[in-house]
Design a protein around this ligand. Structure first.
Ligand SMILES: Nc1ncnc2c1ncn2[C@@H]1O[C@H](COP(=O)(O)OP(=O)(O)O)[C@@H](O)[C@H]1O
Ligand SMILES: [Mg+2]
Length: 205
């Protein structure tokens, strides 16, 4: 689960989050909609520590992992290695130079979960955009995330790939994860999310 209460954040005196509240239960898929600049990304970035809130409370039941529109994979490395890197947080530096067998096995299971086991050894740059986004989700699974924060995960994808990613996020919620996705297509939000939260000027509208 994820609980955000009274989140505040300003940049250079400009208020971006003005007391934002959001609760997402385990097993729930929430779509976050709202105009550009309303603070959606900032809110998610606060949850994973990419921004420091000025005030408010963030409670994460377990581990939160973020998935981005710009997918942030290492294109010259294969899909499996990219997924393995999700485990870096629990490996010691010495061990992480080469991913140990158990991590590779877990990463393989994560790739299987997103339907890409057969592409494990392909260089990530050779995969389609939708496949790359599914690799990024597999990496979040390899982080053993309980909460997935997806910031415009389908904005750069063609409609068919977008549907695959939405189905995957919905299925992960069905397996008990708390999922939040920033979306710009209300129809996708209505089709796949359990609940829609509209954000306006730094608060849930
Ligand atoms: N690191 C930053 N420094 C200064 N301003 C920022 C920073 N990050 C975001 N902002 C500003 O905060 C506002 C909200 O941004 P953002 O959270 O990205 O909105 P959204 O994701 O809803 O489009 C925007 O006006 C943006 O320019
Ligand atoms: Mg954004």
């Amino acid at each position: 689960m994820l609980a955000i209460r009274g989140l505040r954040k300003s940049f250079g005196g400009r208020t971006v989050l003005d007391g934002f509240d959001l609760t997402v239960e385990a097993g729930e898929f929430v779509a976050l909609l709202g105009p550009n600049g309303s603070g959606k990304s900032t809110a998610l970035r606060c949850v994973v520590g990419l921004e420091t809130p000025d005030a408010g409370e963030i409670e994460v039941g377990g581990t939160a992992a973020m998935v981005f529109q710009k997918i942030h994979l290492v294109g010259r490395r294969n899909a499996l290695d990219n997924v393995c890197s999700g485990a870096l947080g629990r490996l010691t530096l010495r061990r992480s130079l080469v991913f140990p067998h158990d991590v590779r096995e877990e990463a393989m299971a994560c790739l299987e979960r997103v339907g890409l086991a057969d592409r494990a050894l392909d260089r990530t740059a050779r995969l389609s955009g939708g496949q790359q986004q599914r690799v990024a989700i597999a990496r979040a699974l390899c982080q053993r995330a309980d909460v997935i924060l997806a910031d415009e995960p389908v904005s750069a994808l063609d409609p068919q790939a977008a549907v695959q990613v939405m189905e995957l996020l919905q299925a992960l919620a069905g397996e008990g994860m708390a999922v939040v996705a920033v979306l710009h297509q209300p129809e996708l939000a209505h089709s796949y999310a359990h609940r829609i939260v509209e954000m306006r000027a730094g608060v849930a509208a």
